[in-house]
Design a binder for this molecule. Structure first.
Ligand code: NAG
Ligand code: NAG
Ligand code: NAG
Length: 590
């Protein structure tokens, strides 16, 4: 095993010495994530999962068959054939990063249409500054190919492994309050979508939509229910340079700062560590192309990690959970966060070493990363930290946006909660705290309804769904506070079931979206139980069963929804009294 200890050698030693192992800084080549689609015989009798290996309800999702079209013509023919036989269809991507069950076709006869081979760049128009790609093209490809032509997609998520079709389907975004905002779908100038048709159309209809079409606002964020997006044309800008400085500060005035900070810097975001009472501000702006610097942002948590290290980290975390080792988690959180902050989260001034701020470099080398996607070796050696083939991270992700005008009170409520239970949020800091990104109101019917701050929280999930988490109640309260007191919008591609209950009522153009859906796919072949539920057409987002609140399948209303045999009962929140959360009767804090 080629083990290359990086220049963060000291941090590594320090991390080990403090008997905490969340992020280990040895980097070797890794194995690419496995295929989320597995079939027992060639392309038939298949199961599909997400890249984390488990849906929120842990169900196994089946499909009778998977199709791998490699051209638009093949895609059209696949959709026509399936429509003629009234088969349920769902689009799947190569890596399947959406956490909820958007990818599952209903029933036993479903067809998966994978965009794995629809991964070509079709055209780059330097003059018009546009780029046309097939729907399975990844963010990484878009960034690289655009940069080769001297162009850039200005705003995008930070993780390379998403496809353009997936980003549009779920409303994925980066962070800005400037211009048209940070949602990828707001930079689409045209798209083509293949939907079921009637007999007179040969059972398939291909539509090209742009700003002149009313339906464009439905297709830009479609949850996959309108058909298969085959091509997307994106508006780009000339490639530019950025200058980035991370500034760590006390979080005491975070609520006051949050709105103005977002307006001050084009690529602003904030990483918040509530239990350490610290916030790290990303001061990140365009600079003159003449400014010297060839910085690179290879975000540490997205690098490949030795599988052995991942196993040690996970085992440590499981042990801390089972022994209620709150202090161990807090010490670990401090170690992890200071290692990340001191190593500038993976930023280097020249691609090799971090020498100090500001880090100046080309946008395409800053905007996203994910070197754990690169392949050379076996998953038993290295992997992405969440690769389900190895023992590694296993987590919930609660991600929601709160209107900019209310972000301050939400932050203050979380701070009050943190003051009452000061160690409760150490656990989320092991996953690098709360990432706060800016988003703007969008014309997309299922896009953001107002300018907002998106909060991204990652936290421990037990492999055993009946096992409560340490400070289960605190994160449940934060989740309910956001969703119900502040009317937050959950990210369509993340979250646990409860976040989607009644959410469609918060979209003022939901009815228009549903009308378009009825025109594009009147028989609902691209719809599933899950999409019907989140669109408010069917009951059942909430699953009422024993222990359902532990996995966010319900909000507890009785003790059996928690884990009374393990001492967790359904109680009111501490700051938000309307919250109903699974609280441990006596916490052994030592
Ligand atoms: C489908 O796969 C399952 C296992 O995943 C197997 O038990 C079953 O026999 C297979 N069915 C067919 C028709 O091949
Ligand atoms: C498209 O994907 C296939 C399968 O993963 C891969 O072999 C091929 O190199 C990709 N093409 C491009 C242009 O990236
Ligand atoms: C970069 O430098 C050149 C030559 O010194 C100058 O002509 C140009 O205006 C500069 N560009 C910017 C954006 O400052």
């Amino acid at each position: 095993m080629a083990l290359i200890l990086s220049s963060t050698n000291n941090i590594f030693a320090q991390v080990f010495r403090s008997s905490f192992f969340f992020l280990l800084f040895f980097f070797v080549s890794s194995s690419p994530p496995g295929d989320p689609i597995k079939c027992s015989s060639k392309n038939t009798n298949c199961t599909i999962t997400n890249s984390y290996g488990a849906f929120p309800d842990r169900s196994v999702c089946r499909a009778a068959e998977v199709a791998y079209p490699s051209t638009e013509e093949e895609l059209i023919s696949v959709v026509a054939t399936a429509t003629r036989s009234l088969r349920k269809m769902k689009v799947a991507t190569r890596t399947s990063h959406s956490i909820p069950k958007l990818v599952c076709p209903d029933g036993q006869d479903g067809l998966l249409i994978s965009t794995k081979y629809l991964n070509r760049t079709l055209k780059i128009d330097v003059e018009a500054m546009t780029m046309t790609v097939e729907s399975g093209v990844t963010l990484r490809q878009i960034i690289n190919e655009a940069a080769k032509a001297g162009l850039a997609l200005v705003f995008a998520p930070y993780w390379w492994g998403l496809t353009i079709g997936g980003m549009l389907g779920t409303g994925a975004h980066g962070s800005t309050l400037w211009g048209k905002g940070s949602s990828v779908h707001d930079y689409v100038v045209e798209l083509r979508i293949v939907s079921p048709g009637g007999r007179e159309d040969g059972y398939v209809k291909v539509r090209t939509l742009d700003d002149g079409d009313r339906d464009f606002n439905a297709a830009k964020v479609s949850l996959g229910v309108l058909g298969v997006i085959s091509q997307v044309t994106l508006k780009l800008q000339p490639l530019f340079k950025r200058s980035l400085t991370y500034l760590a500060k006390s979080d005491s005035d975070l609520g006051d700062e949050v709105a103005s900070f977002g307006n001050e810097h084009e690529f602003a975001d904030i990483t918040w560590y509530p239990s350490q009472r610290k916030a790290v501000y990303r001061i990140d702006d365009r600079v003159s192309i003449n400014m010297s610097g060839n910085g690179l942002y290879d975000f540490t948590p997205f690098r490949s990690t030795a599988s052995l290290a991942l196993a040690i980290i996970r085992t440590t975390e499981e042990f801390q959970e089972s022994t209620s080792d709150v202090n161990g988690k807090c010490i670990g959180a401090k170690t992890v966060v200071s290692a990340l902050v001191n190593s500038a989260y993976g930023l280097t001034n020249n691609g090799i070493a971090f020498l100090g701020y500001p880090v100046v470099g080309y946008h395409n080398r800053f905007q996203a990363s994910g070197t754990c996607l690169d392949s050379l070796e076996d998953a038993r050696v290295t992997a992405c930290a969440w690769d389900p083939r190895v023992k590694g991270e296993f987590f919930h992700q609660t991600t929601f946006s709160i209107g900019l005008s209310m972000a301050k009170s939400f932050i203050q409520d979380v701070q009050k909660l943190n003051d009452l239970v000061p160690k409760a949020m150490c656990g989320i800091e092991l996953y690098n705290g709360i990432l706060m990104r800016y988003v703007k109101a969008s014309s997309a019917y299922l896009g953001k309804q107002e300018d907002a701050v998106d909060f991204d929280i990652t936290y421990y999930r037990s492999k055993d769904p009946t096992n409560p988490r340490l400070y289960e109640d605190i994160l449940e309260e934060v989740e309910q506070l956001a969703l119900f007191k502040y009317g937050a919008l959950p990210h369509w591609g993340k979250n646990r079931n409860l976040a989607f209950e009644g959410v469609i009522k918060r979209y003022k153009n939901a009815r228009k979206f549903l009308r378009v859906k009825d025109v594009y796919d009147p028989l609902g072949l691209f719809s599933s139980e899950w999409t019907n539920q989140i669109l408010g057409l069917e009951e059942g987002v909430i699953v009422d069963k024993q222990g359902c609140a532990l996995e966010g399948l319900c909000i507890c209303s009785e003790d059996s929804h928690c884990a009374p045999s393990k001492g967790y009962y359904c109680r009111s929140g501490k700051v938000y009294k309307d919250a109903r959360v699974c609280t441990r009767s006596t916490i052994n804090v030592f």
